[in-house]
Design a protein around this ligand. Structure first.
Ligand SMILES: *[C@@H]1O[C@H](CO)[C@@H](O)[C@H](O)[C@H]1NC(C)=O
Length: 430
């Protein structure tokens, strides 16, 4: 049975208009029962590392032992996360993506590829935990994963959830290749319930909306947010600035739909950070970090942490940036200005009446000087603000609503401010 929005409905919900009052009551009751995802997890966006964009489905361990999808790769990344300052800044998830599965055993339980994961996933989870990290894993709701490995299918959802819990996995990314819309609307909530029933806290990352074109009416964002801790809305990121821009543009075009859905425990996911790879120059790398932070996006790096440059480390390990991304209010920012001169301004409200502001330039040739005032950004709450430039650390003092300021934005670059009101005592000190 299919509802007006094309989503399958249960027989209980479909009834004639004359029965509407009872139907409403019934829906309310059902509604409270299906609120299964207050699992208390991911009150702030997850941070960590995910193999896909950089390492893909490289299974050629004979010729490329250092970079193939294997135990060795994940252990080496775990070491880097723990030893190079990442973990202590919050980058704790070590997430496996596609191409780890070897098959199923005689009882139907998933087993990893024996050659590439000789000690099994539980061993990797223990290793991650011993370093203060968390392990994420990947499956797919269809018959196959996107790369053609065995999928979970509806009948295996409970068993697979139990297997992941036994292995002490901490996050599941459930993809949607080879699944139908109907299977997804059943399968994602079924997996959420199965994960919950294991008793182990396992964050749930759903690659769900994107397979239904990312928007209502085909996507029911209330159901998605009640089911998943994070979800992929749009296409996979690739290692290019064009890809970053196409994702940003889609998120901004649909911000009225997407922005209200995000909050503590449930996040839109514009996909991985590609900083440290080949596709972005320095300014573009800074821009991806700033824009993803403004969007309250997960910060899941997909790069080789064994060889990342100090410049890129600085971008990813900027502690004020991370503090903004991890703001406890968890409000997703919005684009508030699209200037005719190819400048866009993004704003994200933060705790303690602070704001993050990103001035973003689409110019590609030369730096652009952009002038504005807090009044033009509708920031009229406090009498006096101070701003800290998130990348340079410079302080911009005595910002009244009408103070005109000018920022110089590099091509494809950003200027990012952490803006906070000066309180009365601080004002007296000035
Ligand atoms: C399962 O769901 C209940 C109700 O939302 C919640 O209180 C509990 O923490 C969840 N448990 C796990 C392991 O996710």
């Amino acid at each position: 049975m299919t509802g007006p929005d094309g989503r399958p409905q249960s027989g209980l919900m479909g009834s004639r208009p004359s029965q509407e009052p009872q139907q409403t009551v019934l829906l309310l009751v059902l509604g409270t029962q299906v609120q299964m995802l207050e699992n208390g997890l991911l009150r702030v966006p997850p941070m960590g590392w995910l193999s896909w964009e950089r390492f893909r489905c490289n299974t050629n361990c004979k010729n490329d032992p250092k970079n193939c999808i294997s135990e060795r790769l994940f252990m080496e990344m775990a070491d880097r996360l723990a030893q190079d300052g990442w973990r202590d800044l919050g980058y704790v998830y070590l997430n496996i993506d596609d191409c780890w599965i070897g098959g199923r055993d005689s009882k139907g339980r998933l087993i990893p590829d024996k050659e590439r994961f000789p000690n099994g996933i539980a061993f990797l989870a223990d290793y991650a935990h011993s370093l203060g990290l968390k392990l994420g894993i990947y499956e797919d709701l269809g018959k196959f994963t996107c790369s053609g490995y065995p999928g979970t299918t509806l009948d295996k959802v409970v068993l697979d959830a139990q297997t992941f819990a036994e292995w002490k996995v901490d996050m599941l990314k459930l993809d949607g290749c080879y699944s139908t819309s109907k299977q997804r609307v059943q399968g994602y909530p079924k997996m959420a319930a199965a994960l919950n029933a294991t008793g182990r806290p396992i964050a749930f990352s759903c690659v769900w909306p994107l397979y239904d074109h990312g928007l209502p009416p085909r996507v029911d964002y209330k159901l998605v947010a009640d089911t998943c801790n994070l979800w992929r809305n749009y296409k996979d990121i690739q290692d290019s600035w064009t890809s970053v821009l196409s994702i940003l543009d889609w998120f901004v075009t649909h911000q009225d739909i997407l922005q209200p859905v995000a909050g503590p425990g449930h996040w839109n996911d514009p996909d991985m950070l590609i900083i440290g790879n080949k596709g972005l120059n320095f300014e573009q790398a800074r821009s991806q970090m700033a824009l993803w932070t403004i969007l309250a996006a997960p910060l899941l790096m997909s790069t080789d942490l064994r060889s990342i440059s100090p410049q890129n480390v600085d971008i990813l390990q900027n502690s004020l940036m991370i503090k903004i991304n991890q703001d406890p209010l968890g409000i997703q920012g919005r684009r508030v200005i699209k200037d005719q001169n190819h400048i866009e301004v993004f704003l994200r409200p933060l705790a303690n009446q602070a704001f993050a502001i990103v001035f973003f330039s689409r110019h590609t040739i030369k730096p652009y000087q952009y002038s504005s005032s807090l009044a033009q950004l509708n920031l009229t709450d406090a009498t006096m603000y101070e701003a800290q430039d998130v990348y340079t650390g410079d302080t911009i003092s005595n910002l009244k609503q009408t103070t005109n300021f000018t920022v110089t934005i590099n091509p494809s670059g950003v200027v990012m401010w952490y803006l906070y009101p000066l309180r009365k005592q601080q004002l007296f000190q000035h």
